[in-house]
Design a protein around this ligand. Sequence first.
Ligand code: S3P
Length: 167
Amino acid sequence: MKNIVLIGFMGTGKSAVGEELAKLLKMRFVSTDNIIEQREKRPIVEIFEKSGEPYFRKVEKVVVKEVSGLDNIVIAAGGGAVLDDENMANLKRYDVMICLTATPKVIYERTKDYKHRPLLNVDNPVEKIKQLLESRAPFYAKADHQIDTSDKSVAEIAKEVLEIIHV
Ligand code: S3P
């Protein structure tokens, strides 16, 4: 079975789709964010607040390196993990890299009621989403495949992934 890595912006469905895929394919699901929180014994919001984003990125880098050696796995990489060249090289060790996308409006709607994403806890989240999407576009474009999740259910997106990997 092909090991799959899901990348993409916050709120594009990486965790929900990853969990669904892992269930369908009887593989293990791993999220770099979850591992970071377990390891740090505190939520990401607190890591950003107390230790700063550079510290978070350092821990993320270690975690990405570790999980890139695992097999029989579906991994969801935190939305900013792909900005780092070494992370990208490690994530490319998986068989297939799929980027989930969505429009800024959909991302805003999906994320607005949650406060666990420090980068979006700002006065004008829509503007922030647009800015980050623009600056990150070249990084997300490095995936093997893109799936626009804007108006799709988790089951529909998972089905598209299965078609891509020919299952
Ligand atoms: C981030 C995305 C988050 C998390 C952190 C930073 C980013 O993960 O890693 O808040 O820089 O885009 P999700 O994409 O899983 O929300």
